[in-house]
Design a protein around this ligand. Structure first.
Ligand code: ADP
Ligand code: ZN
Length: 641
């Protein structure tokens, strides 16, 4: 009811305009450049229920929505999937005028607008993909007050023509999405974002909200400073993504491991497989296609056309696996990505968290699987050494990589470590990562480590892991004989372990800083200062026992909580959704999200009234799609009785 206040405390009348009748009234709150200040006819709660079909706001959403409705600014940091969109969509609908959303993700605007229109919201977008006529029609709709939400690309917004248009229109709020793009230090930097401070200068009375999922404090401060949001209310949520299960495994036969994972846990699911190089992307995509999966490659070497087609198919079809380099990234707004698999080590925890974060936006169970091996460490180290940038930059990159390695080798909860890295100290073991689900066993590696270290020392700290391991295992290859390493006292003293087991030891020592991998040579291993107490016998080392890949299999599958007998209905509902989506030429999730279909399976509503109770079913979707889904459910009820 709060929202039904009336009046105005907006700006003083501009020249040439007459003042709004209630201007200056203290109880009032909406006056946008002297347009008529009508009362708000809907409350935030009714918009949430009737338009979006949800019963309650989540976390800080309510407070954020109220802040904007009251005409104040907000800075929102919320993890992916936290529900940022509603924070500006609801107030944009409640407040008179149109909410302007600034987003760099042009490719997604059409889908975002389709999704809003399916929910009955008057929405449009302006970007370079539109013809002059289309753009003109949208502009006219804006001027006539026919839009509740307008998505605009930043480069377009800052053009005088667009600013002029906005000044002649009634604006409810400005939402600056992906606000971290303003940060010159981040990898998503967009120079157009720097100019967005003009919003504050040119539209001082219109509330602004900046949103991002980017975690670190420095970026947050930069956003506040550059966008003039010092007086904004800050809403900073925790970064945990409880529905994502984190698993990190030793790379053994990575393609087999991936295949096993896909076949046993991810049947028919959409997901992303990240690889380091373009070449590998192509190979893996081809391999998966050969095994009967719908896999598509995505990397910067493909033409813009192909990339757009692949992205579109990923969004629109139900079970596409995107095999990609990190070029496939920001703004994968697909809510039902069920897994993200890394076949190569990400170069920092930040990157890992951002990439895995693309899974499970809808809140349903999702899996992040990382396969890594010693070769990754060597390769990344070399890439960093060769990269441009000064010594300090390289040192920072190296530290980030070390932190990532540390995450791979820990024996305690992965999530706790991740959250601690982002500054959240007070967390409990999560129960939903591989360390929690299958606590790794440890063994006393002191003896083995000493053998390894002395072998590295005696071979002159000039050789990579493979050669050192060959010496330890007593090989008499040409290379060994050539260097006369068969004459060393360490030759053959490590036959009790396989080469794979030795590699695991090397990796863990690198991760813990006992060994350094030379970046420029052939990944030569060197001892570091911290080895001394070990070599002197003053310290012992506990190592992680590697579990064979097949033993760390599925601990939970996406449909675990669904009874066997419910699966036919689930499939029928998905088929119904697909049919409707195809008719409309939209992605399936625009019709309903997975979570909505799952609730239908659980509740089996057979009347419109019951269907409206399902989360995600609002008035407009009930009217448009209700009958089709009710019919499917009724058929099943009938069959089962
Ligand atoms: P973000 O932009 O923060 O990644 P989204 O805005 O895409 O997140 O929301 C993530 C998912 O959560 C979407 O499927 C959205 O419909 C759903 N969602 C958001 N808010 C609510 C809510 N209050 N109740 C139920 N579902 C919600
Ligand atoms: Zn855990």
């Amino acid at each position: 009811m709060d929202a039904l206040r009336q009046g105005c405390r907006g700006a003083a009348p501009r020249e040439g305009f007459t003042a709004c009748p209630s201007w200056g009234s203290s109880r009032a709150f909406i006056c946008v450049d002297n347009y008529i200040c009508g009362p708000m006819t809907q409350t935030a709660q009714s918009v949430l229920e009737h338009v979006f079909g949800y019963s309650a706001f989540r976390g800080p959403q309510q407070a954020i929505v109220d802040t904007l409705i009251d005409g104040r600014d907000a800075l929102v940091i919320m993890p992916t999937g936290g529900g940022k969109s509603l924070c500006y969509q609801v107030p944009a609908i409640v407040r008179p005028g149109c909410g302007v959303v600034i987003s760099p993700l042009i490719a997604l605007m059409q889908d975002q607008v389709d999704a809003l229109q399916a929910a009955g919201v008057k929405a449009g977008f302006l970007n370079s993909s539109l013809s002059a006529e289309q753009a003109n029609a949208t502009e006219q709709a804006l001027l006539k007050g026919e839009l509740d939400l307008l998505y605009v690309a930043p480069e377009r917004l800052i053009q005088p023509r667009c600013l002029n248009l906005l000044k002649r229109s009634r604006i409810a709020l400005f939402a600056i999405d992906e606000a971290h793009c303003v940060s010159q230090w981040g990898h998503d930097f967009r120079s157009d974002y720097l100019q967005l401070s003009l919003l504050h200068e040119q539209f001082p009375t219109i509330p602004r909200i900046a949103l991002t999922a980017t975690a670190d404090a420095r970026t947050r401060d930069e956003i506040a400073a550059r966008l003039n949001l010092q007086n904004a209310r800050h809403f900073i949520s925790g970064f945990d993504r409880p529905n994502i299960q984190y698993r990190i495994q030793q790379k053994d036969k990575p393609l087999d491991q991936l295949l096993h994972f896909l076949r046993t846990e991810q049947k028919d699911n959409a997901g992303v497989v990240y690889c380091l190089s373009r070449n590998k992307v192509e190979k893996v995509a081809e391999y998966l296609c050969g095994k009967g999966f719908n896999a598509l490659p995505y990397h910067a070497g493909l033409s813009a056309d192909i990339r757009a087609t692949h992205q579109r198919r990923f969004l629109r079809e139900d079970s596409i696996i995107m095999v990609a380099t990190i070029a496939f990234g920001m703004g994968i707004d697909k809510p039902d990505v069920r897994f993200v698999a890394h076949l190569d080590l990400p170069k920092s925890i930040e990157a890992y968290y951002q990439e895995t974060g693309r899974a499970g936006r809808d809140g349903a169970p999702a899996t992040a699987l990382l396969l890594y091996g010693l070769e990754d460490v060597v390769k990344l180290g070399q890439m960093m050494a060769q990269s441009e940038g000064n010594e300090q930059f390289k040192r920072m990159e190296r530290q980030r990589l070390d932190a990532m390695l540390g995450l791979c080798e820990i024996t305690s909860c992965r999530r706790q470590t991740l959250l601690r890295y982002f500054g959240e100290e007070d967390t409990q073991p999560c129960g939903n990562c591989d360390s929690c689900l299958l606590p790794p066993k440890t063994w006393d590696g002191t003896d083995a480590v000493r053998k390894l270290l002395s072998c590295i020392y005696r071979t002159g700290q000039r050789f990579g892991a493979n050669h050192v391991i060959d010496v330890l295992r007593g090989s008499s290859s040409e290379k060994i004989l050539g260097f006369e390493h068969h004459k060393l006292s360490t030759h053959g003293i490590g036959k009790e372990f396989s080469a794979t087991e030795w590699k695991a030891v090397v990796r863990q020592l690198v991760a813990r800083g006992y060994l350094a991998v030379d970046a420029d040579a052939f990944g030569a291993l060197r001892l570091t200062e911290s080895c001394r107490p070990l070599l002197r016998g003053e310290e012992s080392v506990q190592l992680r026992k590697e579990v064979a890949a097949s033993h760390t299999k599925a601990t939970r599958t996406p449909h675990d909580d669904m009874d066997e007998q419910d699966i036919p209905l689930w499939n029928a509902l998905r088929a119904c959704r697909k049919r409707i989506a195809e008719q409309l030429g939209m992605p399936p999730y625009v019709v309903f999200h997975d979570s909505t279909l799952r609730e239908m399976v659980a509740q089996r509503p057979t009347t419109e009234r019951a269907l409206l109770q399902i989360s995600g079913v609002g008035d407009s979707k009930l009217q448009k799609f209700g009958d089709a889904f009710l019919q499917v459910i009724r058929e099943f009820e009938y069959v089962e009785e």
